[in-house]
Design a binder for this molecule. Structure first.
Ligand code: DC
Length: 219
């Protein structure tokens, strides 16, 4: 069984994906973490994420390993555990920019399909229902207002002790939405057969109830 959860950043995809994985005893794969790992590598090497030639070059020698678990995804970049570092605010923009490149998408989609083919899993990302797993058993498109998503991200960064400004986060999220939704290759969009859930006024239990209800009703 495969479950696809797509949507913009900060809508609660990873939180709900982890909960579903635990509840249904299946694997959770955070596909955004993979783009973040490559974004981190480009950042460390001073490569602009828009420089496709250089990115393609580093991709040839890059090994991204994801240990997809029940509650989190550990990401190894060339053997180093970068699970924490990829969450830094400045890496979000790198990940969004680098994910627009065709060579990057081909590499990541192939890796994600291989993982999903091996085990029952829930994948969250931007193109899971449209490109990675168009035949997924269940497809959800989780969204929320920009204000709400920015506020959630602000609280998350504060809890981790990162300096941040809510207005700036809102601006960055809006830019990232625009990038992700308007890129040429695999833009973020709701699959025609995905069920849309707006979590602006819904807590995580509410989202969980809705999704589980749909999954159990179809079984
Ligand atoms: O979900 P996230 O914020 O960790 O993802 C980081 C970036 O990676 C996001 O801005 C877009 C990109 N991404 C993608 O293009 N396709 C995916 N399946 C997952 C993420």
């Amino acid at each position: 069984m495969n479950i696809a959860i797509d949507g913009p950043s900060g809508a609660g995809k990873s939180t709900i994906a982890k909960i579903l994985a635990k509840e249904l005893n299946i694997t959770y794969l955070d596909t955004g973490a993979m783009y973040r790992a490559l974004g981190l590598k480009a950042y460390r090497n001073g490569i602009l994420p828009t420089d496709e030639v250089s990115v393609e070059k580093i991709l040839e020698t890059t090994v991204i390993d994801v240990v997809a678990g029940e509650s989190n995804t550990l990401v190894y970049l060339d053997g180093e555990d970068v699970s924490g570092q990829i969450r830094q605010h400045h890496i979000s923009k790198m990940a969004s920019d680098i994910s627009a490149l065709k060579c990057v998408r081909i590499y990541m989609v192939d890796l994600q399909r291989k993982i999903a083919a091996r085990r029952d899993s829930v994948l969250d990302g931007r193109d899971i229902g449209t490109v990675v797993l168009p035949n997924a058993d269940y497809k959800f498109y989780l969204t929320a207002s920009v204000d709400e998503r920015a506020h959630r991200r602000y609280l998350e960064l504060m809890a981790r002790g990162e300096e941040c400004n809510e207005e700036q986060i809102k601006e960055d999220i809006a830019k990232r939405d625009y990038n992700d939704m308007n890129r040429q290759h695999s833009p973020l969009k709701k699959a025609d057969d995905a069920i849309e859930i707006d979590s602006t006024h819904l807590d995580i239990d509410g989202v969980k109830e809705k999704m589980l209800c749909i999954i159990k009703a179809a079984k």
